[in-house]
Design a protein around this ligand. Structure first.
Ligand code: XBP
Ligand code: MG
Length: 264
């Protein structure tokens, strides 16, 4: 009997591929609304993504690229732009342009059917999570998640472990009874920092990152009909991320000892 009690999902890049055509576009729309000539193209955004949190990302951009851009009240100015960006992002999500990634909905439903809790640990805002879940899984889907840990609910964002520690605390579960699904190095460092074994589903921005601490790295959650491609780790003979997470969860972590393949 597996002692897997919950799967904790990251959102951006994991549940949906939201960065390139979602958040990045919304940031640029907010900059234009503010009369700024800032344009985060796909390449620059890939660099800025190393900073998690939209407000923190704007501040990093100003400090790194705009020496003479002085603000009387930078935090308020940035917060106002970020609120505008969130409005644009919510519109983009509601337009249906940012569907869930292949296999995400099935994995969530399969976990619930097997009495395994699902939770969220994300750096983005609660509003963005709520909009994505409602638009992609239906109005009642928010209630499927035992915990939605998002954005500024914690002081230190990923790669700090805070958001996952918060989620585990609210779940009332130990890390050893859970698995995390992530997409990026920042997210992976956060989840393993909270003691969670982690499966990483990469995307265009993260596929070349160092993800060596993950138990399994694949290019998507996938489905039986549309299997994933394995980058590293063990798939336990499975072609998509499903509740085979159990053996991965039961096996000793890669840290300190190799994963033991189940007796064939
Ligand atoms: C990824 C992030 C977020 C988004 C932008 O979150 O770092 O900051 O890029 O969203 P996740 P906000 O932990 O889900 O991968 O502008 O709302 O921060
Ligand atoms: Mg992510």
């Amino acid at each position: 009997m597996s002692n897997l009690k919950a799967i904790i999902f990251d959102v951006d890049g994991t549940l949906a591929d939201t960065e390139r055509l979602g958040h990045r576009v919304a940031f640029n729309q907010a900059f234009a609304d503010a009369g700024l000539d800032w344009n985060w193209n796909e390449e620059l955004y890939g660099e800025l993504l190393t900073v998690t949190g939209g407000k923190e990302r704007i501040k990093f951009f100003i400090n790194k690229y705009l020496d003479d851009f002085k603000l009387a009240n930078p935090d308020k100015y940035i917060a106002d732009i970020h609120a505008s960006k969130t409005r644009h992002y919510v519109e983009l999500v509601n337009s249906g342009k940012l569907p869930l990634r292949q296999g995400a909905a099935s994995l969530i439903k399969s976990a619930l059917k097997n009495d395994i809790k699902v939770a969220i640990a994300t750096t983005t805002t609660w509003e963005n999570v709520e909009t994505l879940l409602k638009s992609q899984l239906g109005a009642g889907s928010l209630d499927w998640f035992s915990v939605i840990a998002a954005g500024d609910i914690v002081e230190h964002k990923k790669p700090a472990p805070d958001i996952y520690l918060y989620a585990l605390n609210k779940l009332g579960l130990e890390a050893e009874n859970c698995i995390a699904l992530e997409d990026s190095r920042n997210g992976l460092l956060s989840s393993i920092g909270a003691g969670l074994k982690t499966v990483v589903t990469t995307n265009g921005y993260t596929k070349n990152e160092n993800l060596s601490e993950a138990e399994l790295v694949v290019n998507k959650i996938g489905t039986e009909a549309k299997p994933f491609k394995i980058a590293s780790g063990y798939n336990y003979g499975q072609s998509y991320v499903n509740l085979t997470l159990r053996p991965l969860h039961n096996s000793p972590s890669k840290y300190g000892q190799m994963l033991k393949l189940p007796a064939s």
